[in-house]
Design a protein around this ligand. Sequence first.
Ligand code: GRF
Length: 198
Amino acid sequence: ARLVVLVSGSGTNLQALLDAAADKSYGAEVVAVGADRHGIEGLARAERAGVPTFVERLSDHPDRASWDEAIAARIAAYEPSIVVCAGFMKILGAPTLDAFPVVNTHPALLPAFPGAHGVRDALAYGVRVTGCTVMFADAGVDTGPIIAQEPVRVHEGDDEQTLHERIKTVERVLLVETVGRMAREGWTVTGRHVRLGR
Ligand code: GRF
């Protein structure tokens, strides 16, 4: 399977996919890495791995629709079988969502704590258990059908950074395992229910 991975930040989830894809038995390769901004570690990780990169900034476009069309075209150029959002901080529009399966990862147990501050919101709420979710992206914010989840305990004295780091150690394993199974075994979606495997 051909993966295009979209990033906006440090790219530790991307790095886990790059490391897994180095083993041919994984069944998927990262054919390109896209971002919505320049100068992020995620792009540097792709360059170090010799993977082509592209950047589409919203600010370079007259409106959202133009950006949506542009990023869909950049992704399509690499003919992906799966698009993976790994810390990508934009909502993808119909030009991308209608063309490819888009898998996203979120550092909370959806439907709890969606959005850009899932870790902070869980901590503020006082939950004892949070976690991470791998799901399909849809037109909403973290509302797509859930594919996989893993719980992560909140420790006394956790702050947003310590909790997010603990979640990310679990999240990158869940993302690699889930994307690998999708690539090797396929999946079916019935309503909101996703089943991996043939
Ligand atoms: C991940 O926890 C992702 O779910 C969230 O932000 C983090 C990105 O981390 N949106 P990285 O860029 O993969 O290191």
